[in-house]
Design a protein around this ligand. Structure first.
Ligand code: GSF
Length: 204
């Protein structure tokens, strides 16, 4: 299997962490979707990373589809419960964490995308997206409460997705001080960072 992606993308990081936790072998092809000569759209017509290319050449995207598939490949460290309420809970945590990143990406593109003129940038749009990040963080903190992990007592995809969102916010939006505002999220993040899968994929 080949994973196409960039090392700063939080969605790509989620997939790399799942690969590591499941002890799956793959090749990491570092490719930015943003450069002029990017080859990402040869595999994913949407031009987005991550994109997983399987042995037969079939492409799988987006990150949620990829991690769901990877979790079926080996019984090692099951990350998504197979059925019912527990499954939908984990998938909803993932949607929340990915949604916070989506809002951050939209805000960042609005503020920094080089092909947009200064006069075309909308502060109201940036504020709208930033509001989603703030409400998303509050919801994560409420949902985690005093529990050791987001969904129950074991690490699951919920924690991986939340950990990736938190670290990416610290990387791209250092002014959003979730560590001070939500000590329980900081505690979870620090615990996750003790795992090689997280420590070795830290964005920088
Ligand atoms: C999001 C992928 C994405 O937007 C997923 O895989 O979970 N829902 C999808 N990736 C960005 C890179 S990033 O912001 O981490 C991307 O490839 N953007 C290129 C573009 O043209 O939008």
């Amino acid at each position: 299997m080949k994973l196409i992606g960039s090392s700063t993308s939080p969605y790509v990081r989620k997939v790399r962490i799942v690969m590591a936790e499941k002890k799956l072998d793959y090749r990491f092809d570092e490719e930015s979707p943003w450069t002029q000569d990017s080859k990402v759209s040869e595999s994913n017509p949407l031009g987005k990373v991550p994109c997983l290319v399987m042995e037969g050449g079939e492409a799988v995207f987006d990150s949620r589809v990829i991690v769901e598939y990877l979790d079926t490949l080996s019984p090692v460290g099951k990350l998504i419960p197979s059925t019912g309420r527990e499954r939908v809970e984990v998938k909803t945590w993932e949607s929340l964490a990915d949604g916070v990143i989506d809002a951050g990406v939209l805000a960042r593109l609005e503020a920094t995308w080089p092909d947009r003129k200064e006069s075309e940038r909308s502060q109201a749009w940036i504020d709208r997206q930033t509001g989603k990040i703030r409400l998303g963080l509050a919801a994560m903190s409420r949902g985690l409460g005093d529990k050791p992990y987001c969904s129950g007592i074991h690490m699951s995809l919920s924690d991986i997705a939340v950990g990736c969102a938190l670290a990416w916010l610290a990387f791209r939006f250092p002014e959003i001080d979730w560590r001070t505002d939500y000590p329980n999220l900081a505690r979870l993040h620090d615990k996750l960072m003790q795992r090689a899968s997280f420590a070795e994929t830290q964005p920088r």
